[in-house]
Design a protein around this ligand. Structure first.
Ligand code: BG6
Length: 486
């Protein structure tokens, strides 16, 4: 069946940096039918030819050395552009006519990708409905919705209602590109395809879990957007909670969209909703020095560019095991990592050697999500020729050593899944709403008299020093280690 994708927000950054290079790579790998059509929709005055020309340049730049002129030319024959305004129904009606001509004379699978400004999502969906473009008479019709899905629980609910007026839930694909990352999917494999980890993956053996998404980049030119989102809406509500769900969920009976998402939602439901006074103690907010000088940021901005949050999952597996989540911009290095810190042995017989920090360290499993994709298991080993002194050593698995070739960009997997109707790696309506119901009280606390102080940190640090002290006060240490790539 012919495939087509209509991209709203076609002249935007996401389209040229991620979506088109991902579609082109899929086409090159022959994962998409030869007659795949891509239709761009935005207000910019491109023609088919000028949009193709512009995408030729950007794809060369963003396809990581994967660009092949002849294959691109073949792919580009299926690229069309429709100049239009999301507010104008007539532009959707003419889009419907164009689509009829280019992709779907008989039957086709069609994906509508909303890569536009989020406040336009509801309008775009409603116009698609009015133009008859949501009807599945001649094949599947799916809508992919970028983040942010709402700005709080109320707006997410309202957006879900707007979307459900036109599309049924099985047609809706809410994207979180973290789920498209190979290493995040591999976490499911690590946990549920191996038998040695799962017996230890619970409160009996795990002391705590750390999930860190540290970024080296600053907010830069995105100041106006960031002022509205801050780190909590930009990273915590979506990417970090997704990582938490995959780490903490029970095994689904089968790898099927609803079974996987049922288990993920159960984790969110089990997260303790704490009172503001508790949240004030269990969350920490920071801002990098220099943020207030970014374009579009007021000189007295209170927006957090760093957050650390302690969450408790009140269920049989995790009761009493804190999950520490943190994320920030302008940090020491770019690293996304999940650390499963195991309990100390009940009684220690041996001494750490002089290179240790004097404490008997416990085992940990470090899942390197990016950029040094891999897994390390740390355990104590006898130092040779040093009596019975022991030292932490590790088993070190790296994707790049084990498998040839580059890891594909997350958007490749997710776009392919959207074409194929595989929704396991997309968020369901209840999942998004539950995630907001965890984050809303944190934001409310931060906007109240109980708000924890905003700590400033120098670029290139692991966030504010108070985050280190906060962790130490709980008898723990952050895993502040920049990954070694190679
Ligand atoms: C986006 C955020 O969703 O994720 C950005 O809006 C952030 O602020 C980005 O930089 C991080 O994604 P990745 O894949 O580079 O870790």
């Amino acid at each position: 069946m012919a495939h087509s994708i209509v991209i709203f927000g076609a002249s935007g950054d996401l389209t040229s940096r991620k979506l088109i290079p991902a579609l082109y790579s899929l086409f090159k790998k022959k994962r998409l039918p030869a007659d795949t059509r891509v239709v761009g929709f935005s207000r910019s005055p491109f023609t088919n030819e000028s949009w193709r020309a512009s995408l030729t340049e950007t794809t060369k730049k963003f396809s990581d050395g994967d660009f092949d002129e002849a294959t691109w030319n073949e792919f580009a024959k299926g690229i069309y552009y429709h100049a239009g305004d999301i507010e104008a129904q007539a532009d959707f009606d003419s889009l419907a006519t164009l689509l009829q001509e280019v992709d779907c004379a008989k039957s086709c699978t069609r994906v509508y990708y909303l890569a536009t400004a989020p406040h336009l999502y509801a309008t775009a969906v409603s116009r698609l409905g009015s133009a008859g473009l949501a009807s599945e008479e001649t094949g599947p019709r799916r809508v992919v919705i970028e983040k942010p899905f709402g700005t709080d629980l109320k707006s997410a609910r309202s957006l879900n209602e707007d979307v459900h007026r036109v599309f049924r839930e099985h047609q809706v694909y809410r994207i979180d590109h973290y789920l498209g990352k190979e290493t995040v999917q591999n976490l499911l494999v690590l946990r549920f395809a191996n038998s040695i980890f799962e017996p230890l993956w619970n409160r009996n053996y795990v002391d705590h879990v750390q999930i860190t998404v540290a970024e080296e980049v600053a907010v830069g030119s995105r100041g106006a957007y960031y002022e509205q989102s801050g780190v909590v809406r930009d990273m915590l509500q979506n990417h970090l909670l997704q990582l938490l769900m995959i780490t903490a969920m029970e095994a689904p009976a089968r790898f099927e969209a609803d079974l996987v998402r049922d288990e993920k939602v159960k984790v969110l439901r089990a997260i303790r909703r704490s009172q503001p006074a508790v949240l004030a103690q269990e969350t920490l907010r920071g801002q990098y020095q220099g943020y207030r000088q970014e374009k579009g940021v007021p000189a007295d901005s209170q927006v957090a560019t760093f957050a650390a949050v302690k969450l408790q999952i009140d269920n049989w597996r995790w009761k009493g095991v804190p999950f520490y989540l943190r994320s920030g911009k302008e940090m020491s290095c770019r690293t996304t990592q999940i650390v499963i810190k195991f309990r100390e042995p009940p009684h220690s017989l041996f001494e750490l050697d002089g290179d240790g920090d004097g404490k008997m360290s416990s085992n940990q499993l470090v899942i390197q999500v990016q950029p040094a994709e891999g897994i390390q298991l740390e355990f104590l080993t006898k130092v040779p020729d040093a009596g019975m002194q022991v030292r932490m050593t590790d088993l070190d698995f790296r994707f790049r050593r084990e498998f040839a070739g580059q890891l594909p960009d997350a958007y490749q997997r997710l776009l392919l899944d959207a074409f194929n109707g595989e929704a396991s790696l997309f968020a369901r309506s209840d999942e998004v709403e539950e995630a907001w119901s965890i984050v809303d009280p944190i934001l409310a606390c931060w906007n109240s008299d109980l708000a924890p102080p905003l700590h400033f940190y120098a670029p290139g640090e692991w966030g504010p020093s108070e985050a280190t002290e906060w962790m130490r006060a709980q008898g723990r240490d952050w895993f502040d280690v920049c990954p070694v790539i190679g």
